[in-house]
Design a protein around this ligand. Structure first.
Ligand code: KIV
Length: 293
């Protein structure tokens, strides 16, 4: 199956088919989400909060986005991968998402003319959280709503292939969706957008700090991971893990020959030259290479 394209997303809007998008930041999660049928995976700068533990998205760098985007691309075959352009960055290498409306329309045009598909992002734009005064619903007054409609029109005009509407009233998102020909992807924007995006850690129950009102936990993976880790600690302590199934065998003769050196008890010899690394320390255990693809 080939990758989803911006043109296919526009066709989905025309046919009234909903677009499912989630964030992803690493290879194994991307593999799972791709196999689950997500149309778009966003390597969002939300990683600053849900993966790196910062209080905002602002410290995320372009290098962070590039490294994680490469991992997500490696883990997927079907979904369109969109990398966020973090605060203050302008160099790019593939499909990107850019926060802002009319203010960034010039950049959107330059990128699309250079052949880089751009997804816009209006409403609450977390990179401007210090200007907008926190994570608040945007576009509630007539003036603010008109400005938001103008922002989306400017992004469409500049060539954006889709736009994220974050934290805007449902009826305003509906009006925007009716007026624009590009797909709208909502988050905290009600049920009338052409598609929906959520932060994967929020819907999986993996972000313990807080649960935004616009999300719902579809699983409690954080609880499952904590319980699994507790069981692991207990088994390591009780010596029930690792067991025979996780252990390698060797011939009885070889181990008997080695053990024979221990009897009667003597002071152990120093490690041989082969077993000693350059700094004179004995080498540690090197795990076998994983055989998975
Ligand atoms: O960075 C991100 O995850 C986002 C989504 C919330 C749309 O921008």
């Amino acid at each position: 199956m080939s990758r989803v394209t911006p043109d296919q997303l526009r066709e989905m809007k025309t046919r009234g088919e909903r677009i499912a998008m989630l964030t992803a930041y690493d290879y194994p999660t991307a593999q799972i989400l791709d196999a689950a049928g997500l149309h778009i995976l966003l390597v969002g700068d939300s990683m600053g909060m849900v993966v790196l533990g910062h209080p905002t998205t602002l410290p995320v760098t372009l290098d962070d986005i590039i490294r994680h985007t490469q991992a997500v691309v490696r883990g997927t075959e079907h979904a369109l991968i969109v990398g966020d352009l973090p605060f203050g960055s302008f160099q790019v290498s593939q499909a990107v998402k850019l926060e802002g409306g009319r203010r960034v329309a010039g950049s959107v045009r330059a990128l699309t003319e250079a052949g880089i598909p751009v997804m816009g992002h209006v409403g609450l734009t977390p990179q401007s959280v210090n200007v907008t005064g926190g994570f608040k619903v945007q576009g509630k007054t007539e003036r603010a709503a008109r400005l938001l409609l103008d922002d989306v029109a400017a992004l469409e005009e500049a060539g954006a292939f889709a736009v994220v509407l974050e934290l805007v009233p449902a009826e305003l998102a509906r009006l925007v969706t009716e007026r624009t020909s590009i797909p709208t992807i909502g988050i905290g924007a009600g049920p009338y957008c052409d598609g929906e995006v959520q932060v994967v850690h929020d819907i999986m129950g993996l972000f313990p700090d807080f649960t935004p009102r616009h999300t719902r936990r579809f699983a409690e993976l954080g609880t499952a991971m904590r319980e699994a880790a507790q069981a692991y600690v207990a088994e390591v302590r009780e010596r029930t893990f690792p067991g025979a199934a996780q252990s390698a065998k060797m011939s009885a003769e070889v181990i008997a020959a080695l053990r024979a050196e221990d009897a009667p008890a003597t002071v152990p010899d120093a490690p041989s030259q082969e077993e000693t690394s350059a700094d004179g320390q004995a080498d540690g255990y090197a795990p076998p290479k994983p055989t998975r693809k």
